[in-house]
Design a protein around this ligand. Structure first.
Ligand SMILES: [Zn+2]
Ligand SMILES: [Zn+2]
Length: 264
């Protein structure tokens, strides 16, 4: 098989994996939302369809650099991904996970902040903010330009920071779950993770909710470090207004249903 074809197949396989991973994770949390907060997404069907469409397009983009690097790792010994757990001391496993998360967070914070400048916002980032309020399906709802900035982060980091393949799996799992839960419209995590001293540094749905409400603040992904350092942290949002709006949409839907019934 030619090298070009092998790389193409690897990229296609990665695209499939990212797309299916998105559908399963967002689907699971959307289902959890129906159970815990029935009616929260009422009336948002057209928006959810848009979120899924943009997210699947993003999955295609995410798959390309990931597929190329995965091929190079398997066939050319590229990257610093290792499989022998004793290649580095055991304490390095959690450290490597934190290093990856911090580096990814740094990349995200600055590219995200840049995308809130008027021109990049208009051209690209407006797609993500068209979700008002976002749902569990908005995790990867990005314009292709934004998807590209997100897609290169981890494939570049595996060249710079040594990481065990299982630790990398954990990083990807955290990335996936946080991407979905931050947009879900409610807190799935226990209060100590976002309310207490730990919450002063970690980002969960309450923090990102405020970003989607006020725009010019709370740009981070996993940690509040850069937001706090740069004075862009405006604290936690809350979901009462979003819930009231959902109730109003349900009420409107019921009234429409009654009127349609009367007209029939
Ligand atoms: Zn968002
Ligand atoms: Zn934004």
């Amino acid at each position: 098989m030619s090298i070009a074809l092998a790389i193409l197949l690897s990229a296609a396989a990665m695209t499939m994996i990212v797309g299916v991973r998105y559908l399963i994770t967002s689907g699971a949390f959307a289902w959890a939302t129906r159970v815990r907060h029935p009616g929260l997404y009422t009336g948002l069907d057209p928006q959810i369809r848009r979120e899924i469409w943009w997210s699947l397009a993003s999955a295609a983009i995410y798959g390309v650099p990931a597929g190329v690097v995965a091929w190079g790792w398997q066939n050319r010994g590229w990257t610093q991904i290792y499989t022998n757990a004793s290649a580095y001391p055991l304490w390095y496993l959690p450290v490597s996970v934190l290093l990856f998360l911090f580096a990814h967070d740094t990349w995200f914070y600055w590219t995200h902040r840049w995308m809130h400048r008027p021109k990049p916002f208009r051209i690209a980032h407006a797609v993500h903010h068209a979700s008002r309020p976002p749902t569990a399906w908005a995790a990867m709802a990005f314009h292709p330009i934004e998807a590209l900035t997100g897609a290169v982060a981890i494939p570049l980091l595996v060249f710079l920071i040594p990481i065990h393949v299982a630790a990398l799996g954990l990083v990807l799992a955290i990335m996936t779950v946080m991407g979905v839960t931050n947009h879900m419209g409610w807190e799935v995590f226990p209060r100590f993770m976002w309310g207490g001293p730990l919450g002063a540094w970690l980002i969960t749905a309450s923090h990102h909710q405020r970003h989607h409400e006020r725009y010019g603040c709370n740009y981070g992904l996993y940690f509040r470090f850069w937001d706090r350092l740069c004075g862009t942290d405006e604290g936690l949002g809350d979901f009462t207004r979003d819930r009231a709006r959902a109730a109003a949409r349900r009420e409107r839907g019921n009234a429409d249903g009654r009127n349609a019934g009367r007209a029939a």
